[in-house]
Design a protein around this ligand. Structure first.
Ligand code: NAI
Ligand code: MG
Length: 504
């Protein structure tokens, strides 16, 4: 021990220094461990999945989806027009009236179980396609997205014939046709979140995946066909904003379920005002991760890293604001920077990769815009020194210190691997700062004291508060936000409610 101390001490100036610098060594690297693409089949062109069959778009239009990791085209997918939406809603209506709402719940459950099992069987292929189409690391799609999607189908299949226990002493009836519009950050998982509770409660579905990540939803259509779901119960239409708007505005839609930007959420709310359509909106977030001085700091740092950098920060509940108690701020920031240096950014198909590709050029531009706003606002930027691949859309993990609460990087959703750090001294101060946000989707608290956790969770205006962990999901837990993060809950028992009419 003594000799070690001697070794790191500098000699007085003037004499030749023999200081040994114990620097964090980032020079080591892993050998590449890429997942094979050969386990996945992607067609050259996809049509629309309407009434249980693949139909050419009436629009006659197709668009490309690319791999954001290398900008190569993966496939062409149909662009559904208003006329295509009409066809899909008609098919969903007929399936609803003639088949699905009349079917005994335990029969409906069997179909949903079947979908869940086929998703599990095809897990490897689905994970590869998710990573190719969206840019997220294969580790994420393999270990989180796909298994959690299967679990959602299993979970809601279990509820289908038990609705009388979900809503005791109430009668439930389905709403009709649900229009579901999903984003690009969890393409298959969001489809499962939306489709599973709708089917379990007896509704039929018209679902639109995001334009940059349509492929796993189209694979899910193949799975639905294989599961022999009655035609028209689930219809999957690809397209961009105009297709989404046509679904929202269709008079035959009874319920809208949307996940995406707050901006589009507001457009949807305006569009359905004055109609009988019900809606759940899951919008943006600006989650606060709060580290108290008594927290297990290494564990907290790992949680912060996981919360904002893994999955490229493309998570609505990403812990994009870090509030750290002043007494430990220096230490936490140093540990964060060290850990950032060891994060592997690159090929999403490589099993070692921590941070994959940003989903689109447009999203990368947004992230870069916010990084320059942060600098202009006077915050201090630090980014890891890793090399980025020459092609594709990538962003280094980045953090800002000296951030003011009013800075745009502390207030607005960036949806990228960018962390804003603010210090605090007291509980009251951090509650005020954490709640000072237009959003309220999620938060994290890191402390050794159980009483503090309960005190904080009570006072934080966020739909989910994680304690000494972050970004944990389970189909049995409800998820949803306050304020501009939207309304309605998905997951768990609560996730059934938006799809039923209750009567006594
Ligand atoms: P977006 O809200 O435009 O896209 C989400 C979905 O809505 C896509 O399927 C899109 O085609 C559809 N859509 C677009 N315009 C529509 C309209 N007028 N009517 C109906 N559907 C419509 O999100 P975008 O532009 O891809 O991302 C912008 C920002 O939104 C991101 O930077 C991020 O801050 C936030 N976002 C939040 C998500 C979340 O999970 N809460 C997911 C994706 C984006
Ligand atoms: Mg794509």
């Amino acid at each position: 021990m003594a000799t070690k101390k001697k070794a790191v001490r500098s000699k007085p100036s003037g004499k030749k220094s023999n200081t040994i610098r114990l620097k964090f060594d980032t020079s080591w690297s892993y050998a590449p461990a890429p997942e094979s693409k050969s386990a996945a089949t992607i067609d050259k062109q996809y049509d629309l999945f309407i009434n249980g069959t693949w139909q050419k778009p009436l629009s006659k239009k197709y668009f490309s989806t690319i791999n954001p990791a290398n900008e190569e085209k993966l496939a062409e997918v149909a662009e559904a027009s208003e006329a295509d939406v009409n066809k899909a809603v008609d098919a969903a209506r007929t399936a609803y009236e003639d088949v699905w709402k009349k079917m005994p719940p335990k029969e409906r459950a069997k179909y949903i179980f079947r979908i869940a099992r086929i998703v599990q069987e095809k897990a490897r292929e689905l994970a590869i396609i998710e990573t190719l189409d969206g840019g997220k690391p294969i580790r994420e799609s393999r270990d989180f997205d796909v298994p959690t999607a299967a679990n959602h189908f299993f979970y809601y299949a279990g509820w289908a014939d038990k609705l009388e226990y979900a809503f005791p002493n109430r009668r439930t009836s389905p709403l009709g046709v649900a229009g579901q519009i999903i984003p690009w950050n969890f393409p298959l998982l969001m489809a499962a979140w939306k489709i599973a509770p709708a089917l379990a409660t007896g509704n039929t579905v018209v679902l639109k995946p995001a334009e940059t990540t349509p492929l796993t939803a189209l694979k899910l259509a193949e799975i639905i066909q294989e599961a022999d779901l009655p035609p028209g119960v689930v219809n999957i239409l690809t397209g961009a904003g105009a297709t989404g708007a046509a679904i929202v505005n269709h008079p035959g839609i009874n319920k809208i379920a949307f996940t995406g930007s707050t901006e589009v959420g507001k457009i949807i709310q305006r569009a359905i005002a004055g109609t009988n359509k019900k809606a759940t909106l899951e919008l943006g977030g600006k989650a606060a991760n709060i580290i108290f001085e008594d927290a297990p700091l290494d564990q907290a740092v790992e949680g912060v890293i996981n919360g904002i950098f893994f999955n490229q920060g493309h998570v609505c509940c990403a812990g994009s604001r870090l509030y750290v108690q002043e007494s430990v701020a220096k230490e936490v920031i140093r540990k964060l920077k060290d850990r950032m240096e060891s994060l592997l950014v690159g090929d999403p198909l490589d099993k070692n990769t921590d941070i994959g590709a940003i989903n689109s050029k447009q999203q990368l531009d947004t992230i870069r815009k916010y990084i320059s706003i942060g600098k202009k606002e006077g915050a201090e930027m630090y980014e890891s020194s890793c090399r980025l691949p020459g092609k594709g859309f990538y962003c280094r993990p980045t953090l800002f210190t000296n951030v003011a609460q009013s800075n745009r990087i502390a207030q607005e959703e960036i949806f990228g691997p960018v962390l804003a750090i603010i210090t605090f001294r007291t509980d009251d101060e951090v509650i005020e700062k954490a709640n000072n946000s237009p959003y309220g989707l999620s938060a994290g608290v890191w402390t050794d004291k159980g009483s503090k956790i309960f005190n904080m969770t009570k006072r934080l205006r966020a739909g989910v508060v994680w304690a000494n962990t972050f970004n944990k999901f389970d189909p049995a837990s409800p998820f949803g936000g306050y304020k501009e993060s939207g309304f309605g809950r998905e997951g768990g028992l609560h996730g059934l409610l938006p799809y039923v009419q209750l009567t006594s």
